[in-house]
Design a protein. Structure first.
Length: 239
């Protein structure tokens, strides 16, 4: 049988707890979810925020999104470039319509933009007031579309983070070593970060996920050698 190594996508959560630094948490969501136009398999798209900080988070993140400059990628003033092509733009726009039809609130963005340089520009979109069963909260969009899910506490947030068919990357924002350590152990993802953006990786470390996010040995790092190696066991007796 053929050996396979597959990387198959994600619907990555970023958990924000009540004790998180708001500026740092918003920066993690902004960078991890929307930079590179959200077109990274490790991009966070589900921001799971506990009740005590939820209101401030959903007020601040749209303000930061609206300050981003969407434009020609080589322009030094640009924060977010275009979506890769028309097909991917159509997919993102269709999910924005699906989210509105499902009853989620489009808190910010979501419009097609025109710029002097031709391209597939999309204003970063943020949904709030949605339920975990909605399609926009479960299916990979691969574009600048994020959503905020409210959680009562850490336990609920962890359950929501794991409530997905995917398991590539996950993040948590908290100064609590207890919660960060617990999350790193019990988050069902191949890559887990505390107080960092979910995207952005060290090439010398293994890369891959769980569930429907990966199949076969990890990419990168020492574990990648397994894919290109066959173990042989040899025995020798004296004379």
């Amino acid at each position: 049988m053929k050996r396979m190594q597959l990387e198959m996508g994600g619907k990555n959560p970023l958990v924000v707890l009540d004790d998180a630094d708001l500026d740092s948490a918003v920066a993690c969501a902004l960078n991890g979810g929307f930079f590179s136009t959200g077109q990274r398999c490790t991009a966070a798209s589900r921001f799971i925020v506990t009740a005590g900080i939820h209101g401030r988070f959903v007020d601040e993140l749209p303000l930061r999104l609206e300050r981003l400059s969407v434009g020609h990628a080589p322009d030094a003033a640009t924060d977010i470039g275009p979506v890769v092509d028309q097909r991917q733009l159509d997919i993102a726009l269709s999910y924005i319509e699906i989210g509105k039809q499902e009853g989620a609130r489009l808190r910010s963005g979501g419009r097609r933009l025109s710029r002097a340089t031709q391209g597939f520009y999309l204003q970063p979109a943020l949904f709030t007031e949605l339920a975990p069963h909605m399609r926009i909260a479960r299916e990979e969009i691969f574009g600048p579309v994020g959503m905020v899910l409210r959680a009562k506490n850490y336990d609920v947030a962890l359950a929501l983070a794991n409530d997905t068919d995917f398991g590539l990357a996950a993040g948590i924002c908290t100064p609590s070593l207890k919660h960060a350590t617990h999350f790193k152990r019990y988050a069902e993802a191949g890559i887990v970060k505390a107080n960092q953006v979910t995207s952005g990786l060290d090439f010398h470390l293994p890369f891959g996920g769980r569930k429907c996010s990966s199949y076969g040995p990890r990419e990168q790092g020492s574990q990648a050698i397994e894919f290109y190696s066959v173990v042989k066991t040899a025995y020798t007796s004296a004379g």
